[in-house]
Design a protein around this ligand. Sequence first.
Ligand code: HEM
Length: 174
Amino acid sequence: MTERVSANPGRELHTVGTTRLMNYDIAKFLHITGVAMLMGNITVTAIWKFYADRDGRPSVLAFAQKLVTYTDWSMTVWGVVLIMGGGYYMVLKTGMPLTQGWLLWSQIHFVLAGLIWLFLIVPIQIKQARLARGFAGSDVGDEYRALSRRWLTWGLISTVPPVVATWLMVAKPA
Ligand code: HEM
């Protein structure tokens, strides 16, 4: 079986057979597809939700709020599944130590982003979705607006760890 060496600056070379290499490449492709889905969704959602909030009409915000939930389920959750599935598959197949600098810190940043999302952002979204279901009249109310500001702030903060993780994965400092 042909041997090929996958050379990446800053990381130990590893030699793998053709089939394993193909599986590795597929896993890496899925991993990066997951990164694109996660990063794409968390950044673009902040932009269109910001403009929906500025529009202020209850019907627009009720629709936007529904889309926040739909896109979380279809893009963020599946992005995370692909990142973890592809990432840990590559680690398992090559025997890279999970504790080496760039891998360890990427995982820490990934978990940090997950905790912010799960314990700060999702509860705000649940409250907003509940309020949006009861929108009546021409105003969404102060509580909804205050929650929107908090959601945007935490949303922006939560994009920092995945950006750092992306850099660590690409640069692979020791
Ligand atoms: C769940 C923990 C994670 C594990 C176990 C993991 C594992 C890996 C592995 C083993 C590679 C392959 C490195 C190579 O072949 O050169 C990789 C590449 C990559 N990872 Fe992760 N990863 C994780 C999380 C993340 C996160 C959260 C992001 C960004 C949001 C990310 C972004 C990337 C990128 C962009 C690459 C391509 C780097 C390159 O080819 O130079 N990873 N990851």
